[in-house]
Design a binder for this molecule. Sequence first.
Ligand SMILES: *[C@@H]1O[C@H](CO)[C@@H](O)[C@H](O)[C@H]1NC(C)=O
Ligand SMILES: *[C@@H]1O[C@H](CO)[C@@H](O)[C@H](O)[C@H]1NC(C)=O
Ligand SMILES: *[C@@H]1O[C@H](CO)[C@@H](O)[C@H](O)[C@H]1NC(C)=O
Ligand SMILES: *[C@@H]1O[C@H](CO)[C@@H](O)[C@H](O)[C@H]1NC(C)=O
Ligand SMILES: *[C@@H]1O[C@H](CO)[C@@H](O)[C@H](O)[C@H]1NC(C)=O
Ligand SMILES: *[C@@H]1O[C@H](CO)[C@@H](O)[C@H](O)[C@H]1NC(C)=O
Ligand SMILES: *[C@@H]1O[C@H](CO)[C@@H](O)[C@H](O)[C@H]1NC(C)=O
Length: 310
Amino acid sequence: MEGFFHALFFLIILLHVISTARCTAAAAAAAAAGIKQAASDRAALLSFKSLVDDAPFGALSSWNNGSLHYCRWRGVSCGRRHPNRATALDLKSLRLAGLISPSVANLTFIQTIDLSDNMLDGSIPEELGSLRRLRYLNLSVNSLSGTIPSSLGNCSNLRLLNLRGDNLNGEIPPTLSRLSDLQVLLLNQNMLQGTIPDSLGNLSSLLILSLDDNSLSGAMPPSFGSLLSLERLEILFTNLTGTIPPTLTNLSAMNTLALRRNNLHGEIPHFTKLPFLSYLDCGYNHLSGTIPISLGRLSSLEYLLLGMNN
Ligand SMILES: *[C@@H]1O[C@H](CO)[C@@H](O)[C@H](O)[C@H]1NC(C)=O
Ligand SMILES: *[C@@H]1O[C@H](CO)[C@@H](O)[C@H](O)[C@H]1NC(C)=O
Ligand SMILES: *[C@@H]1O[C@H](CO)[C@@H](O)[C@H](O)[C@H]1NC(C)=O
Ligand SMILES: *[C@@H]1O[C@H](CO)[C@@H](O)[C@H](O)[C@H]1NC(C)=O
Ligand SMILES: *[C@@H]1O[C@H](CO)[C@@H](O)[C@H](O)[C@H]1NC(C)=O
Ligand SMILES: *[C@@H]1O[C@H](CO)[C@@H](O)[C@H](O)[C@H]1NC(C)=O
Ligand SMILES: *[C@@H]1O[C@H](CO)[C@@H](O)[C@H](O)[C@H]1NC(C)=O
């Protein structure tokens, strides 16, 4: 009996030792992975820097400093729960030139990227599509060219995509319609071509959609009538054809509807169900018929332009 208890005791000790060793090994592996990820964040940031010229302001000079942790480099923020993982890259208006390195996509914890109002050129790396935590991407007012990567439709947490004022061409990728949390989509002032994808009508969280100043063609998709949260729709100067879809009259949150300088024809719909509409601009089109008397009942209306039509 005593022998049995000895053996049992020994077994318990043995199991304990094994499980402790396992836990320690797991903890060590996790720590090693953490260090590896942190090292890769640092490498990714240095790779970003290597393709950027910060000459005028030396905006990235703190990025050279061996004694400064990268979480304290200018424009870099790290997380609270994951203190060594970069969560934001905020480098707006620093006169940065050069290219956006695809290794930004190695910053897998990043939520915010603001590189707006710089002089960056080259294309938007399609690798950015792997950033699942990205919520805010502002690359506006640069000289980025090429097409909008369809992979951005994989950034499933994206709330804001601002690509205004670049030199982007090609078509609007229909994959953007997968961004179900997207609230702001600004693609204006580029050289985008082709028709507006019907699938954008799936962006049910969208508050602001701006596509003006592009070379789009075709008609406005009737699916826009499903954008029930939409407050601003701006599609000016784009040569859209067809009619104003009657489905727009259902967008009861609409505040601003700007369709100036297209080739729209047909009648102006009855916007009677838009209690918040304050800005309506349909000027410089080929609209015809009568001016709906219902417009007079829009109590919020402050700006109305219907001139230069038929
Ligand atoms: C980014 O990640 C890829 C794939 O894991 C790797 O091949 C590359 O070396 C990394 N780049 C940097 C700068 O860390
Ligand atoms: C590097 O960073 C440290 C700590 O912030 C600072 O004291 C030092 O002046 C910096 N050196 C350079 C060359 O920027
Ligand atoms: C994005 O960047 C532009 C240019 O710097 C700025 O005007 C805008 O406010 C930024 N934020 C959003 C939400 O678009
Ligand atoms: C991301 O998007 C691209 C293009 O839309 C697609 O080919 C790819 O399979 C998607 N998924 C991943 C994990 O990148
Ligand atoms: C998105 O829109 C397209 C075309 O309007 C439609 O066929 C498709 O079923 C929609 N997808 C989702 C996920 O709602
Ligand atoms: C719109 O069409 C007109 C006439 O076809 C053309 O001259 C103009 O460049 C076009 N504008 C855009 C933004 O594509
Ligand atoms: C507006 O919405 C109602 C209710 O959802 C729907 O029955 C109607 O067909 C819609 N009208 C238009 C013009 O889309």
